[in-house]
Design a protein around this ligand. Structure first.
Ligand SMILES: [Zn+2]
Length: 427
C-alpha cells in the first residue's frame, strides 16, 4: 500500500465507489470462505457472483460479536507463522477476544489512520501527541502511531501518564495535534490552567477525539465538544473504530460525520432484523472490513447505534459518513410502540443549563415495553422546561422527577463512572 491519499476511492463518484466495492466484497467473500473455518461453514451456500449491487448484501448472514468470541479460533484465517502482533479487546460478557494481525494487516491499519488524519488536515510538519494507551494490547494507540508516521507527521508517543508529565511534554514539544479521550482532555486542560498556563495560546490546532461523543444527534457540538474547542482554541474531530474491524470512521475538515474508507470497509446501517435503513435513520452499524488477512469478517454487527449522514460532503469525498454513536443495541428503549436511544435523551439533557445531574432509569415491564423515568438534580421550576426540551429535541415524553444528588448517586449503585443511564431491565 503506497500512501497517496488523492488516489483514495473516496474521491471517486458514488457509482464508481459502488462498483469497486461490489467487486471487492465478492472477492472478500470468496477469500473468507476459503481461509476462515467459520465462514467456510457460514457462507457455504453463498454464491459471490450473485452480488450485483450493494443492496444484495442484505441477503447475507450477519456475524455477531458473540459468535466471534465463542468461536474465536475458527475465525483465524492464517497460519501461526504469519501472525506478527496480537491485540485483545473484551466483550460485554468479559470474555476476551484475541485478534491476530499479519504484517500486511498492520500496514492496512496504518493506511486507514493515515487516510483519516489526512482527511482532517494533518500534514508533514505537524507535531502530533498521542495521549491514549500505546500498550496493554490495545490496537488504537498503535494504529494512530503507525498512521501518523505513515502520513509524515512528527509523532510523540506520550501515552497515558500522570497529568504532571502530560503538562511537561505539552510545554516541551508544543503539539499542533492531540489525540485523546475527551473527558481526559478536559481534565488535562483544567490542570494546565491551574498551573497558570494559557491553554488557548499553546498552539494546538486540532484535537482528535476517541471513545466519547463530541456531537449530538443533530451533529452540533455537545457540551464536551464545545468546552474542548473553547479550552484549547482548537477544532475538534471525532473518530470511531472497533478493534475487530481494524478500521476507523473519522471526521474530515468539514466536521460533519465520520467518513468510511471504501477501499478498507463496507459500511451498512441496519434495523433489528438486519435490513438496511434510510440515511439519517438510526440503526446498528454493520461493517465488512476489506483486505484483512488475520481475521476476516463479513457483515459484522458492532452493536453500536448510529446513522448514515445524508448528502455529499463539502470536502469532495463521496464515501458514506456516520454520525455520533447513539448507544448500544442492548440499551435500546422500547416505549409506546417506538424505539428510542438513550443517547438521544442524554445529549438533549446535556445541553440544558440548570440541570446539575441526572439519571435515566430503565425498568422492564414486558418484552415489548419498558418503564422509563428521569431523575434530575435541578430546581422544581425546571420540570416543564425539561419536559418540553425533551419533546422537541429528542421527540420523547418521559416522567421528569426532581431528585437530589444522594438519590441520584444511589441509583447509580457501585458504578465508579458517572453513568447517565441505569438499566434495571431483566433480559
Ligand atoms: Zn468530508
Amino acid at each position: 500500500l503506497v500512501f497517496n491519499p488523492k488516489l483514495s476511492w473516496e474521491f471517486r463518484t458514488p457509482e464508481e465507489i459502488e462498483s469497486r466495492t461490489v467487486r471487492a466484497v465478492r472477492n472478500h467473500i470468496k477469500h473468507a470462505r476459503e481461509v476462515s473455518p467459520f465462514y467456510k461453514q457460514k457462507l457455504d451456500m453463498v454464491i459471490a457472483e450473485d452480488i450485483e449491487h450493494l443492496s444484495d448484501l442484505a441477503e447475507l448472514p450477519l456475524t455477531t460479536k458473540e459468535e466471534l468470541i465463542e468461536r474465536n479460533h475458527e475465525f483465524v484465517a492464517v497460519e501461526p507463522e504469519h501472525i506478527v502482533e496480537t491485540v485483545i479487546t473484551s466483550g460485554s460478557t468479559g470474555k476476551p477476544l484475541i485478534y491476530p494481525l499479519t504484517a500486511n494487516d498492520i500496514e492496512r491499519l496504518a493506511f486507514n489512520e493515515a487516510l483519516s488524519f489526512y482527511g482532517l488536515g494533518v500534514q508533514p510538519g505537524d507535531r502530533a501527541q498521542i495521549l491514549v494507551s500505546l500498550d496493554r494490547l490495545f490496537i488504537a494507540g498503535m494504529a494512530y502511531y503507525r498512521g501518523l508516521t505513515m502520513l509524515g507527521a512528527n509523532t510523540a508517543r506520550v501515552g497515558v501518564v500522570p497529568l504532571e508529565m502530560q503538562r511537561h511534554y505539552l510545554q516541551l514539544l508544543r503539539p499542533t495535534v492531540i489525540v485523546g479521550v475527551p473527558s481526559f482532555l478536559l481534565k488535562l486542560g483544567a490542570d494546565l490552567q491551574s498551573a497558570q498556563l494559557d491553554t488557548r495560546t499553546m498552539g494546538v490546532s486540532k484535537i482528535v477525539c476517541i471513545g466519547e461523543n463530541i456531537r449530538a444527534q443533530d451533529m452540533s457540538l455537545n457540551g464536551v465538544g464545545t468546552q474542548l474547542e473553547e479550552l484549547y482554541n482548537a477544532a475538534v474531530f471525532s473518530t470511531y473504530g472497533a478493534t475487530e474491524l481494524a478500521v476507523a470512521w473519522c471526521e474530515c475538515t468539514e466536521q460533519c460525520g465520520g467518513h468510511s474508507h471504501p477501499e478498507l470497509v463496507h459500511t451498512e446501517i441496519v434495523d433489528e432484523q438486519g435490513r438496511p435503513v434510510k440515511d439519517g435513520t438510526p440503526g446498528e452499524l454493520v461493517a465488512t472490513p476489506l483486505g484483512v488477512e488475520g481475521m476476516p469478517l463479513v457483515r459484522y454487527r458492532t452493536g453500536d447505534i448510529t446513522f448514515k449522514v445524508a448528502g455529499s460532503c463539502p470536502c469532495g469525498r463521496n464515501s458514506s459518513r456516520i454520525g455520533p454513536i447513539l448507544g448500544r443495541t442492548s440499551q435500546l428503549i422500547k416505549l409506546k410502540g417506538t424505539t428510542i436511544y438513550p443517547a438521544t435523551v442524554t445529549s438533549a439533557l446535556d445541553e440544558l443549563k440548570g440541570v446539575v445531574d441526572y439519571v435515566l432509569l430503565l425498568e422492564g415491564v414486558d418484552s415489548l415495553s419498558d418503564r422509563v423515568s428521569l431523575h434530575v438534580v435541578a430546581s422544581p421550576e425546571m420540570v416543564p422546561l425539561i419536559a418540553e426540551h425533551l419533546r422537541s429535541k429528542a421527540r420523547v415524553s418521559v416522567p421528569v422527577l426532581i431528585s437530589n444528588q444522594r438519590t441520584v448517586d444511589a441509583l447509580r449503585g457501585d458504578s465508579r463512572k458517572k453513568v447517565r443511564v441505569v438499566d434495571q431491565r431483566k433480559r
